[in-house]
Design a protein around this ligand. Structure first.
Ligand code: F1P
Length: 341
């Protein structure tokens, strides 16, 4: 665990280190809650991060859009560790939230991509995610690296608290398998392109996922909106029956996150509900899903790391959908590289 925390995962993947955390073990043991703040893709990565911290370090954790947090006069609690997430490190809503927190005496870590950026300078410590420059306006590889950084942070906090060595090792070994598995997904790009071309005519799409899969659904729907301008909504799969099922019909395809985990049967039941209403389904799963019209099969890793492997094919799906529709992928309309107002 130590070696990975200080070192690298893999040259082909990313260099992630937590050398600058600036959080001593005594302080870390006193953390009662972790609150993660970010906008857009960074908020979604933060939701996955909160899940990782809860499951690996057993600290209650949640994520909130920084843009909401800063306007609601939040209670700032000294036993909460705040973590600000940003690719650019310049997003004003995040920066303003960090400044407000610091004014109120909170301890704020940054999980940031751009070295020396405003949020990195303002935070008390944290880590760079070293995803390299995001060439396109929308954030993609930084999402993956941010989730990996959160996995390491969760392991670090877990190790200081109750996480067993074998549990830590299980996740580390899973992280080490990622580069090869990601390569495998990237090699299947032409299949994903064909699927994207098939779904590119849709007016609107639904994305569903459960627990770890829900932030993946949120992120995949955001990517599709940002670059293809197809209207997309993401729902927790368990919320379908509380309203959104009314929308299901053949013209509204659903992208469903269906990992082979403890929730597989529940997720399959959701697919049945959709099929019963003649909805088209594209599943992202670890094996072909009988109820789905199409399945993107991704390699299996530890359950906790599924969001990484399930997010990447959906980034490719959004990319090829946008290309099929003739969109300018590198300069999507109405978007700025960093939102500084
Ligand atoms: C946050 C963000 C991006 C999104 C868009 C606008 O940026 O919402 O996630 O793709 O480009 O900004 P950042 O704080 O992560 O740089």
């Amino acid at each position: 665990v130590d070696r990975v925390l200080r070192g690298r995962i893999d040259d082909r993947f990313a260099t992630v280190h937590l050398g600058g955390l600036n959080l001593d073990p005594r302080e870390a043991r006193g953390i009662r809650r972790v609150k993660i703040l970010g906008c857009g893709t960074s908020y979604h990565a933060g939701l996955i991060g909160a899940g990782l911290i809860e499951s690996l370090a057993r600290i209650p954790a949640d994520a909130e859009p920084a843009s909401e947090f800063r306007y609601r006069n939040p209670v700032v609690d000294p036993d909460t560790l705040y973590v600000a997430v940003s690719q650019s490190g310049e997003t004003y809503d995040v920066l303003a939230a960090v400044q407000e927190l610091k004014r109120k005496g909170a301890r704020v870590l940054g999980v940031v991509n751009v070295v020396g950026s405003a949020i990195a300078r303002e935070a008390d410590g944290g880590t760079y995610v070293h995803a390299g420059p995001e060439v396109c306006v929308v954030s993609t590889k930084c999402f993956t690296n941010t989730v990996v950084a959160f996995a390491l942070l969760a392991l670090h906090l877990g190790r200081i608290r109750d996480l067993s060595v074998s549990e830590g090792r299980r996740i580390i070994e899973g992280l080490r398998r990622l580069p090869e598995q990601i390569t495998e997904i990237l090699e299947a790009e032409s299949d994903i392109k064909k699927l994207a071309e098939e779904y590119a005519g849709a007016q609107s799409m639904m994305f569903i996922g459960r627990v770890r899969g829900y932030p993946v659904a949120l992120e995949a729907s955001l990517k599709l909106k940002e670059i293809s301008y197809i209207h997309a909504e993401a729902y927790p799969a368990s919320e379908l029956k509380h309203g959104p099922l009314a929308l299901i019909e053949p013209a509204l395809p659903t992208v469903a996150i269906v990992p082979d985990d403890e929730l597989l049967e529940k997720n399959r039941a959701a697919l049945e509900e959709i099929k019963a209403r003649s909805g088209r389904i594209l599943a992202v799963a670890h094996r072909e899903q009988e109820k789905a019209d199409h399945t993107i099969v991704v390699p299996k890793n530890e359950n906790e790391l599924d969001p990484i492997l399930m997010g990447i094919p959906l980034q490719l799906f959004a990319y090829h959908t946008a290309l099929a529709m003739g969109r300018d992928i590198d300069k999507p309309r109405n978007l700025a590289k960093s939102v500084t107002v």
